[in-house]
Design a protein around this ligand. Structure first.
Ligand code: GLN
Length: 310
């Protein structure tokens, strides 16, 4: 069973929105600080084409960390798991997404997983295509295909704002360059990474991307396999184990849906074989996840028994 009632979804949003006041909009990327903490929207997209939504679902958000799942899929398609997992591991960290702490604990240096910044920077480094521009020209059409919208583009203001202030990510990159995990110009990599994070989507588009992962890589309209099944499954597994940063364990227990969040307040959910979810709620909890968005997923999961473990 699944939620097909717009009025019920409206009620859920109304209740979940009351939690936004306990969160805070991210402002370490200055341009993200302009978001409205009270915003909350959700779209649920089904394989049969139906889409139920509530809130201002046309409003755009930047992908931020949600882009990590998408670049991982692209890089796994480019290079295959054997090569990719030489450079990045498969284990959750229990640390904040931008932590540098565990990088020193492995020899040779290897970020623990592709969903933390250190691992994602390696994955972005591994996108095939040479220059940052060429790699981005492969990544953007891939996102457009997943979202089924060729007009998807970058929020340049947010990309620039992150590029100018990304000292911690630069530190991670230089550490990895010192250990020869990354071997390109760091400014070039930061340019690509910050553009990747600033790709803009609506909740409707995010739900469409979530649906492709839910369907093991199959495009719901054309029936085409746009991500190989084994790679889509692998990405979903990372969503379960590491998708909500160091809150992934609690999220799996309470909600049980493969999901990936971003500091813009987006959450992409992929209920296996059933539907894709796109949420936008920029007020974040102390781990950096949308506080009202998590509440909304909790209510939906409980009401419709969506946990993959139930
Ligand atoms: N662009 C952000 C960063 O690297 C993405 C982090 C996130 O969404 N958690 O800091």
């Amino acid at each position: 069973m699944a939620c097909r009632s717009k009025s019920e979804l409206n009620e859920f949003v109304k209740e979940a929105r009351t939690y936004a006041k306990y969160g805070k909009v991210a402002d370490y990327i200055p341009a993200l600080g302009k978001a409205n903490a009270n915003d909350l929207s959700i779209a649920i997209r089904y394989p049969d084409g139906e889409c139920i939504s509530a809130g201002d679902v046309e409003k755009k958000m930047t992908l931020q960390s949600i882009s990590k799942v998408i670049t991982l899929a692209l890089v796994l398609m480019d290079r295959g798991p054997e090569e990719v997992f030489k450079y990045v591991g498969m284990e959750p960290t229990g640390d904040p997404f931008n932590s540098i702490a565990k990088l020193e604990e492995t020899t040779p240096a290897k970020p623990l997983n592709p969903m933390i910044n250190a691992g994602a920077l390696v994955v972005t480094h591994l996108i095939k295509g040479g220059s940052a521009d060429n790699r981005f020209e492969r990544l953007l059409p891939f996102v457009q295909t997943l979202a089924n919208n060729p007009a998807i583009s970058v929020n340049e203001e947010i990309a620039r704002s992150e590029f100018e202030t990304s000292n911690l990510n630069r530190a991670l990159c230089y550490f990895l360059k010192h250990h020869r995990v990354i071997n390109e110009d760091i400014e070039e990599l930061m340019d690509l990474y910050t553009r990747q994070c600033a790709i803009e989507v609506s909740s409707l588009e995010l739900a469409r991307i979530g649906l492709v992962f839910a369907l093991d890589g199959v495009d719901p309209e054309s029936g085409k396999q746009i991500i190989p099944e084994d790679i889509a499954r692998l990405c979903k597994t990372f969503m379960v184990t590491c998708g909500m940063y160091n809150a992934s364990g609690e999220f799996a227990i309470k909600i049980g849906i493969p999901a990936k969040s971003g500091v813009s307040g987006g959450i992409m959910g992929s209920v296996p074989e059933k539907f894709g979810i796109g949420i936008f709620g920029p007020a974040l909890d102390d781990k950096g996840n949308s506080i009202a968005g998590i509440k909304l997923l909790e209510m939906l999961s409980e009401r419709y028994h969506l946990s993959m473990f139930s």
